[in-house]
Design a protein around this ligand. Structure first.
Ligand code: NDP
Length: 519
């Protein structure tokens, strides 16, 4: 392993700084099916440090990222047009080894070969793996960097292990820009295989305070699981932002530009995050007519599935993931646009008394957003903790907060606080019990409650705000109404119940003499 690292460094040292102009690959090079250019100098011969298979938005940018960090990058795409485009447009950014067939692609990579697959999640990943296998040698490493379902990654991990191929399921967040400039990377699978690629991926990742936003997550599909929950949190974050926007627009009649100013202001405080920052940018954007673009965008949210998977996993684990799940449902309701338009005609509309806001009104929405966001993150981390226990993954929650501080979509100032919460010797069992978050939600509570109450009384839907405060109210309650649920379950199904005043399980003979028996 260490010799590989040395080899990579040596090769980089030998390169003249003018290498970018002596383009390793040219548009004509693509026609030579992976033939490495003759002017390349390498201790290991003319070989690539890493391969990237799948050169759509993410794959092409990841390949460019690696090349810009001085790694030799083999690139291959099923349809060669994408490879040609990458080399034509960006071939001068580093040393690329373009290939038009998969055999030439694999032959151009140093062994054990690390190959990042960046294709559409699902069946295409299995198809690509099947295609690759005849060209691989024992110990080679397949890294799936797409948004794969974690159970697929666990399956691939074990199936490939039986064939002597090492598998890393690596969640990558940051979108198009992150892939190029430095994403947050969540690799899981075989630890030794990760050690082999660590020098490469940690340089490709975003860096915060000198720490790469990339660390080994855990075995099997742990990397993709963590990426999935990251995306689930992203769903909640975005829904909460959309609800805050809706309140400012519907209650106070604010225009997009004015709301942009408010988000920009919020981005200077505890809400500082990438999503709040880009919310201001999106709201500020005007289209060709000079009107705010956002006012012309259809109100139908699409989804690729990671939020839904997060909610489904939460149901399987029995984790109350209300904020993220509401965000998934809100997107589903937004998707029923035709039905909503019919309903808007058929059902009476609330008459909202719109008035100009005071600073206190705006501050109240900010507090509701912040408190709801804390709940969403607390639930997401509770789910990660439950999954870790269920699957035996030994996830380090503080490390996850650390690698989410940069590169990814949910990067935010307050992830530092989450990192601190899990870094002590005695980590808190739940983020809402950690001093900084407990104090924040308690301070925000009056405004949070008032905002949700006002929204409900005016008929403005705030499903994520409302479910977050309902969770908070349930969470802090020593005794809820589930005693009655247990009584009902025992009545119709003899499911038994526990008693507060003595140990054991009990059943009441409801349909018989009404006596209670210990079971
Ligand atoms: P897409 O998800 O749009 O997938 C297109 C790529 O998949 C093309 O290279 C295509 O090849 C290839 N492909 C599809 N089917 C096959 C197949 N059967 N065999 C071989 N290749 C196939 O690309 P993106 O770059 O958007 O995303 C790549 C992965 O990264 C996905 O899993 C995505 O979910 C994930 N991701 C995407 C993010 C984003 O912001 N876009 C962010 C984070 C992760 P061809 O050109 O030949 O059709």
């Amino acid at each position: 392993m260490s010799s590989r690292r040395v080899a990579c460094r040596c090769r980089r040292k030998q390169r003249p700084r003018s290498r970018h102009s002596e383009a390793a690959s040219t548009a004509s090079g693509i026609g030579k099916a992976g033939t490495p250019p003759k002017n390349r100098v390498s201790l290991l011969g003319d070989l690539a440090d890493i391969g990237v298979l799948g050169l759509a938005t993410m794959g092409a940018n990841l390949a460019r990222n690696a090349a810009r960090k001085d790694f030799n990058v083999a690139v291959y795409n099923r349809h060669p047009g994408r490879t040609e485009e990458l080399i034509r447009e960006h071939g001068s950014e580093g040393r690329f080894f373009p290939a038009t067939d998969i055999g030439a692609f694999t032959r151009s990579i140093v062994r054990p070969r690390p190959i990042i697959i960046m294709v559409k999640a699902g069946k295409p990943v299995d198809e690509v793996i099947e295609e690759l296998l005849p060209h691989l040698d024992e110990g080679d490493i397949i890294i799936d960097g797409g948004n794969s379902l974690f159970t697929d990654s666990s399956r691939r991990f074990h199936a490939l292990k039986d064939k002597g191929i090492r598998f890393v399921g690596m969640g990558i967040s940051g979108g198009e820009e992150g892939a190029l400039e430095g994403p947050s990377m969540m690799p899981g699978g075989e630890r030794e295989a990760y050690a082999r690629i660590e020098p490469i991926v940690t340089r490709m990742a975003a860096q915060v305070d000198g720490t790469p936003c990339c660390t080994f997550i855990g075995p099997e599909g742990a990397g993709h699981y963590v990426k999935m929950v990251h995306n689930g949190i992203e769903y909640a974050d975005m829904q909460l932002i959309a609800e805050a926007y809706d309140l400012m627009k519907s209650l106070y009649g604010l225009e997009a530009e004015a709301i942009a100013d408010i988000f920009a202001e919020w981005n200077k405080g505890e809400l500082e995050s990438y999503l709040i920052e880009i919310t201001a940018a999106v709201l500020r954007k005007r289209d060709g007519t000079g009107k705010p673009l956002v006012d012309s965008i259809v109100d139908e949210a699409e989804q690729k599935g990671t939020g839904r998977w997060t909610a489904q996993s939460a149901l399987d684990l029995g984790v109350p993931l209300t904020s993220i799940t509401e965000a998934v449902f809100a997107r589903a309701l937004s998707g029923s646009r035709a039905l909503r338009l019919d309903a808007a005609k058929a059902l009476p509309q609330p008459a909202i008394p719109v008035r100009a806001p005071t600073q206190a009104d705006i501050d109240a929405i900010r507090d509701a957003l912040y408190a709801s966001k804390i709940v969403a993150y607390a639930q997401g981390f509770e789910q990660l903790s439950a999954a870790s226990a269920q699957f035996g993954w030994d996830l380090h929650l503080g490390d996850l907060a650390t690698i989410w501080r940069g590169g990814c979509i949910i990067r935010a100032r307050f992830l530092n606080r989450i990192r601190e919460a899990y870094s002590g010797l005695d980590p808190v069992p739940h983020l809402l019990l950690q001093d900084v978050f407990r104090e924040a939600v308690v301070a925000a509570e009056p405004n949070w409650r008032a905002v949700v109450a006002r929204a409900i009384s005016e008929g403005i839907p705030v499903p994520a705000f409302a479910s977050s405060i309902a969770y908070f109210d349930g969470f802090r309650r020593g005794r809820g109404p589930a005693n009655l649920l247990q009584g009902l379950r025992d009545y119709f199904g003899a499911h038994t119940y526990a008693r507060l005043d003595r140990p054991g399980r009990f059943h009441t003979r409801w349909g018989q003499d009404g006596s209670e028996i210990e079971v």
